[in-house]
Design a protein around this ligand. Structure first.
Ligand code: NAD
Length: 250
């Protein structure tokens, strides 16, 4: 028995059309899971990656800036897969402005996707997972779950909140067979970090602090997601696992 094997598992990844969500969906498929892909954009590329691994993919069109699609996402996944074993709350956005100028709209938009949708999707998933005997929930947190950052107040609040929520849900559901954990990605090359990468001084300053010597590549997140989604993590509850090239160790 390989404890990292996800054969026969049904996974649901939000925001899976690009970046880290796409890489996580592909990694779960390579480990054996069939993967539902929920998001507001076209999932064709990710669907192809899942199918290239020999697994099935289900694209689900859903805008998580409101709670409207939450029940439907879980219901469609269960109707397709017969169950729900793994939820990865990956969809997320960021808005950049000085705290002194930050608007209510930029506060609400980020909190709604990064924190509110993640909580209510976790609730909807756990309502399926608990009766079926268990499951795994993996929240995509951030270094801003540990640090303050600058010019991203709602992002830092949402990701710090997500870390707290990960611990609360772990406390409530660990005894019911549901593992709730988080991954804190370091600085990865994705759409989310385009503004930082375009600013050469910021890019190089960040790079200089990364002990691994390079910005994260999306495929470098997959192993942690497979681990936390697998039986290998059955006794792991409420952790926020940095995958950051050593950034926090510095
Ligand atoms: P990305 O912008 O490429 O991906 C974000 C994903 O979320 C996209 O698929 C997007 O369509 C989806 N999304 C955004 N708003 C949505 C909505 N309203 N409804 C449905 N889907 C929505 O960036 P990424 O870096 O791949 O980000 C993925 C996650 O990783 C985010 O939660 C982000 O905060 C987190 N993260 C990224 C980094 C990094 O360095 N790239 C670091 C720490 C955390």
């Amino acid at each position: 028995m390989n404890p990292f094997d996800l054969s026969g598992k049904i996974a649901l990844v939000t925001g899976a059309n690009t970046g880290l969500g796409q890489a996580i969906a592909a990694a779960l498929a390579q480990a054996g899971a069939d993967v539902a892909l929920a998001g507001r954009s076209n999932m064709a590329e990710t669907q192809a990656a899942v199918e290239a691994a020999g697994r099935r993919a289900l694209p689900i069109k859903a805008d998580l800036s409101s709670l409207e699609p939450v029940e439907r996402i879980v219901a469609e996944t269960v109707a397709w897969g017969g169950r729900l074993d793994i939820l990865v709350n990956n969809a997320g956005i960021i808005r950049r402005a000085d705290a002194i100028d930050f608007t209510e709209a930029d506060w609400d938009a980020v909190m709604d996707v990064n924190l509110k949708a993640a909580f209510f999707l976790s609730q909807a998933a756990a309502r399926r997972m608990i009766p079926q005997g268990g499951g795994k929930i993996v929240n995509i947190a951030s270094l801003l779950s540990f640090q303050g950052g600058i010019r991203i107040p709602s992002y830092t609040a949402s990701k710090s909140g997500l870390a707290g929520l990960t611990r609360l849900l772990a406390c409530e559901w660990a005894g019911k067979g549901v593992n709730v954990n988080a991954i804190a990605p370091g600085y990865f090359v994705t759409n989310n970090t385009q503004a930082l990468i375009a600013d050469k001084a910021r890019h190089d300053a960040i790079l200089a602090r990364i002990p691994a010597g390079h910005w994260g590549r999306p495929q470098e997140i997959g192993g942690a997601a497979v681990f936390l989604s697998s039986a290998a993590a059955d006794y792991v509850h409420g952790v926020v696992l940095p995958v950051d090239g050593g950034w926090l160790a510095r």
